[in-house]
Design a protein around this ligand. Sequence first.
Ligand code: NDP
Length: 496
Amino acid sequence: MTLAVDESRIQETVGSLSRKMLINGEWVDAASGRTFDSLNPATEDVLASVAHGEAEDVDRAVRAARAAFEDGAAWRKMPHGQRGRILHKLGDLILAHLEEFALLESLDNGKPYAVAKVADVPLAADTFHYMSGWATKIEGGTIPLSAWDPDSYLGFTLREPVGVCGQIIPWNFPLLMAAWKVAPVLAAGCTTVLKPAEQTPLSALLLGELAMQAGLPPGVLNIVTGYGDAGAALAAHPDVDKVAFTGSTEVGKEIVKAAAGNLKKITLELGGKSPNVVFADADIDKAIAGSANAIFFNQGECCVAGSRLYVEESVYDQVVEGVAEQARSIKVGNGLDPTTNMGPLVSAEQFERVTGYIDSGKDDGANVIGGDRIGDRGYFVGPTILTGTREDMTAVREEIFGPVVAAAPFASDSDIIPVANNSNYGLGAGVFTRDITKAIRTAKRLRAGTVWINTWNIFDATLPFGGYKESGWGREMGHAVFNNYLETKTVITDLS
Ligand code: NDP
C-alpha cells in the first residue's frame, strides 16, 4: 500500500505535538503523572501517550477558566473587534495546518485523509471564521414598555457571557466538534474547559497550540485530555456555569444529573436513528447516491446517519440494489491509502458494538448484505444493509453508529410519517422526491432538528443544528448557538 503521506511526515506531525494538557496557557502533566495511549484504529498501534487528566486536573482547569473570566480585561472586556480578529486568525491557522490536521484525524479516528482534508478541517476553520464575525454583533435592545409611561421609564437588555463553560466532545469528528464548541464560546466572551474523547485527543492538542499562537490569553481555552470520569467531573463542577455535551444519549442523561448540583445551563447534542424516506417519484440515481452517503459517510459514525431507509415499494428493490451496489464499490481500508473510501471504526469497543448489532439483526431474522469484518488487524467493518427488517428489531430501534442501514418498503397509499417518527430520537431525517409540495409537507411532518431534501450530510456554520426528543437540548451553530452562551439582562431606568 502506498500511503498518501510518507512515514517521516507522520512521525514529524505526531512527534511535534504536545502530549500534555493545556491549562492556563501552559502545557502541564496530569497531577497524577499518569498517561494513556491513543491508538491508530487502522493498525491498533499506539500513536501517542497523552496526559491522563482526572478530577483534580479538571479542577485546576476550571480555576484557570474562572480567573480568566473574572479578569475580564484579558478576554471578556477585550474590544470585541480584537476578540473577533483572534478567532479569525485561529481559523486561518487551521487552514495553514490543513494537512497536519487531516493527518491527525485520519491517524487517530481512522477516517480517510482525503475526506478530512476536504470536509472536517475546512469546516472547522469556517466555524471559527463565521463565529469571529459574531464577536462584534452581539447586542441587546431597547424594549417599549406596555404598562408604564414610556417617557418615564426605559427598558433595555444586555447580552452577557454566561461564564465558565465545560465542553465534552466525542471521537467521530474530533476537530470539527471542538470547533463547534469552542468558536461560539469564545465569540461570546466566555472561557472554557474542553475535554476531547479518549480515543481521539490529538487534533485538540494542535488546536490548543494554534489558539495560543493566535493570541488567546491564558486560561481562556483549557484542554484536559482524559476519560469519562474527567467529563463527569467537569459536568459536576460547582464553578462551571454551563456544560455543552456531544455524545451518546445515555451519557447525556448522566450529564443532566451531574449538572443539577448548581443548576448549570446545559446543551446536549445526542444520538440519532434518522429516517430516510424515498418516494417512487424521486430521481432514483440521486436517491441511491444520497441514501448511501447518508449511512456510509464517515464509516457511519455520524449522529445524523440515515440508518433507517424507507422506500416506496414500487422502487424498493431498485433502490436497495442500488445502495448495495454502492456499498460493494466502497473501498474499505487504511485512511491514509489514497484509494480508501471508508476507514476503520474508531476502536475495538465500537467494532464489537457494531458487529454485535449486525449479529442481533441476523438473529432477529433480517437478511444481511455485506457486514464483513475486513482483515485481521484494525477495526474494519464493511458497509452493511439489513433487509426484511421489522420495526421492533433492536438493530432498527437503537443507534448503531456504524455503516449499517435497515431498509424496509412502504406501500404507496400508506402514511410513512408515523413510522419514520416512531423513534425516541429526532436528530436528522431525509426525503427524496421530485414533488416539491410533497417534499416540504414531509419535511414539516418529520420530527427532527434537520431535514434534508434530496441530499444528506450538508452542514454549514450558519445553520442551527440539534435534536428533537432524546436527541438533545438546544441548538449549535448559526446565531441560535448564542442562546446557550449568553445571559440576557434586563435593565429598567427611571427617566424622571
Ligand atoms: P460517550 O457518550 O460515552 O462519549 C462522549 C464523550 O463523553 C467522551 O468525551 C467521553 O469521554 C465523555 N464521557 C463518557 N462518560 C461520561 C460521563 N459520565 N460524564 C461526562 N462525560 C462522559 O460515547 P462513546 O464514545 O462511549 O460511544 C458510545 C455510543 O455513543 C456510540 O456507539 C454512539 O451510539 C454514541 N455516540 C454518539 C455521538 C454523537 O455525535 N451523537 C458521538 C459519539 C458516540 P471518553 O471518551 O474519554 O470516555
